[in-house]
Design a protein around this ligand. Structure first.
Ligand SMILES: [Zn+2]
Length: 212
């Protein structure tokens, strides 16, 4: 749990970031998961119904588009620029491919989410921003703030990546963090607390100290 005052600052910071990319703000009823603090994800919330597909194609219950966009521009405190933007963009694509190609233990079942990167602010469902430290856990590489409306429907999310991780990990390693956080967006909880870094599942928690 994070303290209220801290959360308020977090929310304010994010709202400032969002205004700068022209997104209409909405009330944030949040489930914050910062790694090593995340013991649950959804508790009765309804999974994200899906966003816009390619060429405005609508999502269906079996094919729900999830548009991921990193925060750019010039004013948001959570923006990515230069090499950081290049790397996070590559990492988003890698994480999207990983989820889209993922099959269940029966080797055939697919998740009903279809993840893709977008640079169109109107289409973004999951924003990715950069922070000096993730609220709730200063050692976490990432965290995700899932937004839920008053009816319990997941409407979107803001994923935060730790600057130090973005700047010292490879795009493939950053992709693993994004992939893991997207798992939370889909409603998956952390499993175990892997301290070896030899994670068998993307939802295993990595060792904070190694931050990979
Ligand atoms: Zn997690």
């Amino acid at each position: 749990m994070i303290q209220k005052e801290r959360f308020m600052r977090f929310a304010l910071c994010l709202l400032l970031g969002l205004y700068s990319i022209g997104l209409v703000s909405y009330t944030l009823a949040t489930v914050l998961t910062a790694e090593a603090a995340c013991t649950h994800c959804f508790k009765g919330e309804h999974g994200f119904a899906g966003g816009k597909g390619p060429n405005g194609k609508a999502s269906t219950s079996t094919n729900r588009y999830v548009n991921v966009g990193y925060i750019g521009g010039t004013t948001s405190p959570n923006r990515f620029t230069g090499t950081d933007a290049t790397n996070v963009s590559a990492a988003i694509n890698t994480a999207a491919s990983a989820w889209n190609g993922q099959v269940a233990e029966d080797n055939t079942s697919h998740t009903n989410y279809s993840v893709r990167q977008t640079r169109s602010a109107n289409d973004v469902n999951v924003y990715v921003g950069m922070v000096d430290s993730v609220p709730g856990n200063k050692n976490a590489c990432g965290g995700i703030d899932v937004q839920v409306d008053q009816n319990g429907n997941v409407t979107g999310a803001i994923m935060l990546l730790k600057k130090d991780a973005v700047q010292h990990l490879t795009p493939d390693q950053i992709a693993k963090i994004i992939e893991h956080e997207l798992g939370h967006f889909f409603g998956l909880a952390d499993i175990g607390n892997n301290s070896t870094g030899q994670c068998e599942s993307i939802m295993d928690k990595a060792n904070d100290a190694s931050c990979t």
